[in-house]
Design a protein around this ligand. Sequence first.
Ligand SMILES: *Cc1c(COP(=O)(O)O)cnc(C)c1O
Length: 383
Amino acid sequence: MSDTSVIEISEGAVADNLSFLQKQFGSGVRISSVVKANAYGHGVETFVPIAERAGVDHFSVFSACEARELLNIVSSGTRLMITGWMNDEDLKWAVENEIEFFVFDPERLKRLISLSEKCRKPARIHIEMETGMNRTGMHLNELKEAAGIILNNPSCFVLKGLCTHLAGAESIANHVRIQKQLSRYVKLCKWFSDRGLVPRYRHVSSSAAAMTYPSARFNMVRIGILQYGYWPSAETFIHFISKKKEKNDPLKRVIGWKSQVMAIKKVKRGEFVSYGTVYLAQEDKTTAIVPVGYSYGYSRSLSNQGRVLINGQRVAVIGMVNMNMLIIDVTKIPDVKKGDEVVLIGNQGDLTISVASFSEFSNQLNYELLTRLPKGTPRTVVD
Ligand SMILES: *Cc1c(COP(=O)(O)O)cnc(C)c1O
């Protein structure tokens, strides 16, 4: 049985992106490859081995469930880090399996003392500090308590990291806030080291900060979107490119998404196409039906808006995107046949459909569209 669409992952693009990033950050900065949300829709089972072959040996995920899945995929020397959700039962599993994780309340450290003794292994912790994002992260009074617990139980903990998360480094509008966060972070790190608590890693940066604020790299960066070939925002890209002679984008898109024509239709002038009255044929039309809809991650907001590639040309999505199908206007394309390749994202001939081109409204769209690509769609590796 063949699926209605296929996602292609380019191994060469991943390797090029990671080597560009490592060069950019310098060899003293370890990259933790962020593969939450099914590797931003690229598919962990497909993406992670490719990233490992490109030299990555540290991965970050949001939840313990994601870490559990990853543990079956990675090779033995590779480290995993949970930056978000785990329940108390997951804690024991994480300690046993030497998974690193963020800690953002002192209660958790207390619980870890007995767990660590039971497992006869230390907990590998990253202390998350509140510096201005006001999300997770411990305030100073909690950090004092945490430091006390760690100092009193040295065999129960390995202090893998002191970390925080920056609140929007992808936009210059947040510059002052980011600078404040960075200076608070540095002060808090000093407070810890004054008490003899020196972490293996200091990390605050996701993609945007790692590119825009070199002083925010410390000795680890948590890189998600860049490694997949996308800039976190247009501003981040412009900031980067403005300092370069070469004005080419050094990143390569990793993902391609393809389907095919399942049926071809003639539509008479004056008829509506698909549900409702969203699209009226102003002239006689030839349309092609493609077996991809919003349940496959092709958003309904692309109704009458999307573009796809077919036979080397760019054509429009017309009418509503359905749950399982969309309709394209192929009136101007000669010899369209059932089975012809339809590119939803990626290249065909000289043309490209980029994820960003889906909308210029929001720089979050890259992230959102990618992470909505369903797990069930097959991924294949290409050069
Ligand atoms: C998702 C996430 C990142 C990666 O963000 P990108 O913008 O994709 O690089 C880094 N750190 C944390 C804590 C995250 O949740």
